[in-house]
Design a protein around this ligand. Sequence first.
Ligand SMILES: Cc1cc2nc3c(=O)[nH]c(=O)nc-3n(C[C@H](O)[C@H](O)[C@H](O)COP(=O)(O)OP(=O)(O)OC[C@H]3O[C@@H](n4cnc5c(N)ncnc54)[C@H](O)[C@@H]3O)c2cc1C
Length: 385
Amino acid sequence: MPDVVVIGGGITGAAAAFSLAQEGQTVTLFEKHGIAAMASGWTLGGVRQSGRDVAELPLARAAVAMWATLDERLGFDVRYRRGGNLRLARDEGEVAIIRALVDRQRAEGLDLEYLATNAAVREHAPAISEHVIAASLCVSDGHADPIAATQAYARAARRKGAVIREGLAVDALRIEQGRVAGVDTREGFVPAACVILAAGVNTPALLWDLGLDLPLRVTIVHVLQTERLSPVIAQVFGVANADCAGRQEADGRLRVTSGSLPFNGDPARWSEAALAPTTSDIRRLRALVGKVLPVIEDAPRHRAWGGLIDLTPDALPVLDAPDEIAGLVIGAGFSGHGFCLGPVSGEILADLALVRDPRHDLSAFRLARFADGGAQKPAALSLHG
Ligand SMILES: Cc1cc2nc3c(=O)[nH]c(=O)nc-3n(C[C@H](O)[C@H](O)[C@H](O)COP(=O)(O)OP(=O)(O)OC[C@H]3O[C@@H](n4cnc5c(N)ncnc54)[C@H](O)[C@@H]3O)c2cc1C
């Protein structure tokens, strides 16, 4: 019998499995599809502290520190690049948003520069267009290869003794006398005293059966990846109202994303074809991103896909072991910016699973905040990129 069952092989679940296995815990991770099959494969892959809610900033800072040594920890090149993050302003309204962001985050101790003119922006990123009139720059932000990183976590967990079961979904959690007893799969019941639920957009469905409500709004983001180009831009870039973002991957491909768009399907029944952007979606995306990075307009397409976003009402995740059910730990609702946090989320979930003091203040991430009205409206700036 495993000490801990992890549900979900995205970066959150894989990092939690690694943290626990490294500490000698017996871990089994169930992944319905394959490692990094959902958000952790669809993502832009930005690793940033800038634009974060104040509650999340300490986690993002700790994560950025961990990303610097992840290759060594996991024994694999996760293509982490600390090239900076630019948040661009295209008009005076966006200038005001960026100025306020810089003032607030500097007061919170983040090293964030304000670039007040187009020339100042282009000094750092010559490929940016003349339509950009100002920007924030966080030089300690960066990006990484999301599939490589998530798979590296899963492999490292396996090397430490974790069992990773791909292609096998958890159908339900079993609760007996107020505590976790195990999970049901099509192969039968697996007993466990602790279950970490990190199933991304599918998390609410598994919680609902337990009488717990995680109110997620699921949206979709369109992603375009180009063929390899010579160096264009070192920074991850986004815009003040978060309607597009992008980066150049380590191998030269540009990966650009739309903003968060309405999604009307069932997240449990997604298919690549159903999520794929249409030709006109891609045309719109090229035009939008082209306004700030003109090279995207004609860059040859390699691949395009759609990715689902798990938005909570305050755009903050749930990292919690709710009082209602002993042995249940939740890591979900990352609201489009959980890739960066993965290494830290994994450690936090391991702390919660082992019932020891977590190394961060988690009061903003309790599940109960939605029921007791503590969740505030999200800042648009907290979206991906
Ligand atoms: C287009 C896009 C751009 C983004 N950009 C950024 C960015 O720049 N920076 C950033 O930090 N974040 C970004 N994000 C968000 C980030 O990718 C996610 O927050 C993060 O990957 C979430 O990881 P996760 O492990 O919690 O969820 P997921 O990666 O979704 O993993 C959940 C896993 O659970 C599995 N699963 C579901 N149900 C079951 C079940 N019943 N049994 C077993 N397994 C199950 C799924 O198959 C899935 O693999 C972006 C997301 C998208 C979609």
